[in-house]
Design a protein around this ligand. Structure first.
Ligand code: FES
Ligand SMILES: [Fe+2]
Length: 352
């Protein structure tokens, strides 16, 4: 069975444009789905996303400054509000029909800024991926972002087949390759993606788990991953001392429980912004355990980057060579299937 390597980009979807605090003190310029976008807050604190191009003489608005009404172009001072309308044309009258730039819908929620790049009329807020842990005190959260030079679906493939953990992440979050290959695995297609849960029973804990939670013996360890097309993966991972009933109740006290949000916002068809947050139950962000665990995660994701960017290198060289799907890739195949469905619906709508 074969599968494709690079995938086209879905336009009509919500993507994380930035973590909310990235624009508290500065203007952010970011390319999303091939478009240069400027992200900022107006004087009232409202987050906004505009095309990063002044309509006057095509200068990047990100070279300007924020002001009460929105953003002021750094060249001749035109001011654009969050809707992209020019509200101040210094020394002259403005004409909102002509003096305007494209604005993109933006929703601030759970410390994330979600952007909709496609048809603005069809942006439906109920489709935004929910990740309540960012707002819950019992789940202290740390946030990260890496830039990857690869098609975004290589990231999703990586997350939906964890048999790489024992090989790529042996010294961090991985553990024994044999335990990973023998894990109990249950995989299903969901309405908008794919889900799997895998159990490694009576398995040695990976080094990062020992450092964070001080495990002395083997663990019953779970990895629960849900892909929500096109770009999100919600992860619930953790472990409890072997034989303490993890299967029946993963929420019990003790052990280690973590929630990770992974999100791959395409910058282009061969690069993406990898947003990730790590919420670890009951482990303070500034404690040694919290800092150590997050730095292991940062290291682990850089370990993935090497492999994912290496895939892109060969995909660029030989885009038509097929890949192979093996049995462990069931969730990868389901994820691609969910994405293909989304892409074909988008094509259908565009043709109507
Ligand atoms: S280019 Fe922006 S105000 Fe002139
Ligand atoms: Fe990985």
């Amino acid at each position: 069975m074969t599968d494709y390597a690079m995938e086209p980009l879905v336009q009509n979807a919500w993507y994380i444009a930035a973590w909310a605090d990235e624009i508290d003190d500065e203007i952010v310029a970011r390319r999303i789905l091939g478009e240069d976008v400027v992200l900022f807050r107006d004087g009232s604190g409202k987050a906004a996303a505009l095309e990063d191009r002044c309509c006057h003489r095509a200068v990047r608005l990100s070279l300007g400054q924020t002001c009460e009404a929105g953003i002021r172009c750094g060249y001749h001072g035109l001011v654009f509000n969050a809707a992209g309308i020019c509200v101040d044309n210094p020394g002259e009258a403005t004409n909102p029909d002509v003096f305007k730039v494209r604005a993109f819908k933006m929703v601030e929620r759970q410390n994330m800024l979600w952007i909709w790049m496609g048809d603005q009329e069809s942006a439906d807020e109920s489709l935004i991926v929910d990740f309540p842990y960012h707002d819950l005190d019992e789940w202290p959260t740390q946030y990260g972002r890496y830039e990857f030079a690869a098609n975004y679906m290589f990231m999703i493939d990586n997350l939906m087949d964890l048999t790489h953990l024992g090989y790529v992440h042996g010294s961090t979050i991985g553990g024994d390759p044999e335990a990973h290959n023998k894990a109990e695995l249950e995989t299903k297609r969901t309405a908008g993606g794919a889900h799997f849960i895998r159990w490694m029973m009576n398995a040695p804990p990976p080094p990062s788990f020992v450092k964070a939670a001080g495990f002395k013996g083997n663990l019953d360890r779970w990895s629960d991953f849900e892909y929500v097309a096109p770009a999100s993966v919600r992860q619930w991972g953790g472990g409890l001392d072997e034989g303490t009933g993890a299967h029946e109740n993963r929420d019990q006290d003790g052990g280690l429980s973590l929630r990770i949000l992974h999100h791959a916002t395409p910058e282009s068809d061969s690069s993406f912004h990898y947003f990730f947050s790590v919420s670890v139950k009951g482990i303070a962000v500034d404690s040694d355990a919290g800092k150590g665990f997050f730095s292991d995660i940062l290291e682990a994701f850089l370990e993935d980057k090497v492999f994912i960017e290496a895939q892109q290198e060969l995909a660029t060289k030989n885009p038509d060579r097929p890949l192979i799907i093996r049995q462990h890739d069931k969730a990868v195949a389901y994820s691609r299937q969910a994405l293909h469905q989304m892409l074909s619906e988008e094509l259908k709508q565009a043709a109507e």
